[in-house]
Ligand binder design. Structure first.
Ligand code: ADP
Ligand code: TRP
Length: 346
C-alpha cells in the first residue's frame, strides 16, 4: 500500500505528519506539453510519496469570463486529462477549487494583508494588462492572493509548478510570513517549488514566441492526434540554418532542442546537436523525429481521455471523494486562521 494511503488509514483523516504537496491547473482548455512537463508529469511521479492535493482552478479561470455553456465542460476536460495522464484518486486528493468554499473565505481574509502596490508589480498581471487592456478586473489583480489561498488552505510545503508561476509562489510565502507575524502564530508554513531536474521547466511555443500556453494559441495538446501533432511540429518556425560550425543557436532553434531534450532520448539529442555543430542539420529530419517522439508520449494518454470523459458515474465519484477530503483539511486550517484573527463564537 502506498505510504500516503497507509498514513491516511492510520490517522483516519488528513492531518497526519507527512509533508503536503499541492498544485492546480486552470480549466481553460486542453492540457498541453507545457502543462505536462511543467506540472502534470511531476504530479504523477510524486503522488504516492507525499500527502498530495491536485485541483482544478475553475475560479481562476473566471478572470477571462468563459461562457456558462463551456465552463463545466472545461472542468470535466481537465479532470479527464488529469486521470488519463496517471493521477490516481486513491493516492492523491483530486478536487475542484470551487467545491471548497473555505478557499474563498481565506481569499477574503488574505486580501486584507495583500497590498495593491505589490499586486500591481506582478509580472503576470502587467503582462495581462498589456494583452487585454479592456479586461483589467480586480480578480486579475488579486489572482496571486487566490493562488496563495489555494496553497495555504492545506498548509502545503511543496508546490510543483512551471517557471512562470514562481513569482506567485514567492507571494504566497510573503503572505504566509506576514500573517504569522501579524498574528503571532505559526499557522502557515512557507511553500517552495518542487523541482526535479535542477530548475523549473519552461516549455517553449513552436511559433518562436515565449512559452507554450493555452491562451497563446501555440500549444501541442495531449488531446491532439498524430496528424495534428505532426502538422504543428512541421510548421514550427526555423531559420535558414547554421553557416559557421559550432555557432550559437538562435532562439527558435533552441526552442526545438528544448523540446527534443524533453521528449527524446540522449542519443537523438546528441545526434542532432552534432548535425547542428557541423552545419549539416536538416530541420525537416529534426522535426519529423520530434513529432514522432512527442506522439510516443502523448498518444497513449489521448487514447484514455475520451473513455474517462464519458464515464460520468466514475467522474462524479472522484469529485465527491476529493471534495470531502479537501474540505476536511481546509476547514481545519480555517479554524486556526479564524482563531488567530480573533473571530469568536457568541
Ligand atoms: P496555461 O498557462 O497554459 O494557461 P496554466 O496557467 O493553467 O496553463 O498552468 C498550469 C501549470 O502548467 C502551471 O504549473 C504552469 O507553471 C505549468 N505551465 C504552463 N505552461 C507552461 C510552459 N510553457 N512550460 C512549463 N510549465 C508550464
Ligand atoms: N496560477 C496557476 C497557473 O496559472 C494555477 C494555480 C492556481 C495554482 N492555484 C494554484 C498552481 C495553486 C499551484 C498552486 O498555472
Amino acid at each position: 500500500m502506498p505510504a500516503a494511503k497507509q498514513l491516511r488509514r492510520l490517522f483516519n483523516d488528513t492531518t497526519y505528519t507527512m509533508e503536503t504537496v499541492l498544485s492546480g491547473i486552470r480549466s481553460t482548455g486542453h492540457l498541453h506539453l507545457g502543462n505536462y512537463f511543467g506540472a502534470l508529469k511531476n504530479f504523477v511521479k510524486i503522488q504516492d510519496k507525499y500527502n498530495c492535493y491536485f485541483f482544478i482552478a475553475d475560479l481562476h479561470s473566471l478572470t477571462t469570463h468563459p461562457h456558462p455553456d463551456d465552463f463545466h465542460a472545461s472542468v470535466k476536460t481537465i479532470l479527464a486529462e488529469y486521470l488519463a495522464a496517471g493521477l490516481d484518486p486513491e493516492k492523491a486528493t483530486l478536487y475542484i477549487q470551487s467545491d471548497v468554499p473555505e478557499v474563498s473565505e481565506l481569499y477574503v481574509l488574505l486580501n486584507m494583508i495583500a497590498y495593491v502596490g505589490e499586486l500591481e508589480r506582478t509580472v503576470t498581471f502587467k503582462e495581462k494588462v498589456r494583452q487585454n487592456p479592456d479586461n483589467v478586473n480586480a480578480g486579475l489583480l488579486t489572482y496571486p492572493v487566490l493562488m496563495a489561498s489555494d496553497i495555504l488552505i492545506h498548509r502545503a510545503n511543496w508546490v510543483p509548478v512551471g517557471k512562470d508561476q514562481e513569482q506567485h509562489l514567492e507571494m504566497a510565502r510573503v503572505y504566509a510570513r506576514r500573517f504569522n507575524s501579524m498574528y503571532g502564530v505559526e499557522v502557515f508554513p512557507e511553500a517552495h517549488n518542487l523541482v526535479f531536474t535542477g530548475e523549473a521547466i519552461k516549455v517553449p511555443g513552436l511559433d518562436g514566441t515565449g512559452k507554450m500556453g493555452k491562451s497563446n494559441g501555440n500549444g501541442i495538446y495531449l488531446y491532439d492526434d498524430e496528424k495534428t501533432i505532426t502538422k504543428k511540429v512541421m510548421k514550427a518556425v526555423t531559420d535558414s540554418g547554421p553557416t559557421e560550425p559550432n555557432s550559437p543557436m538562435p532562439q527558435v532553434i533552441e526552442n526545438l532542442f528544448t523540446l527534443l531534450r524533453l521528449v527524446s532520448d540522449q542519443s537523438t539529442v546528441d545526434y542532432f546537436t552534432e548535425k547542428w555543430n557541423d552545419c549539416s542539420i536538416r530541420y525537416g529530419d529534426l522535426k519529423k523525429q520530434l513529432a514522432q517522439d512527442i506522439c510516443k508520449i502523448t498518444l497513449p494518454i489521448k487514447e484514455k481521455i475520451d473513455a474517462i470523459y464519458n464515464d460520468d458515474a466514475y467522474l462524479s465519484k472522484v469529485v465527491a471523494s476529493g471534495r470531502d477530503r479537501a474540505r476536511a483539511s481546509a476547514s481545519a486550517t480555517l479554524t486556526e486562521v479564524r482563531k488567530a484573527i480573533g473571530f469568536r463564537a457568541f
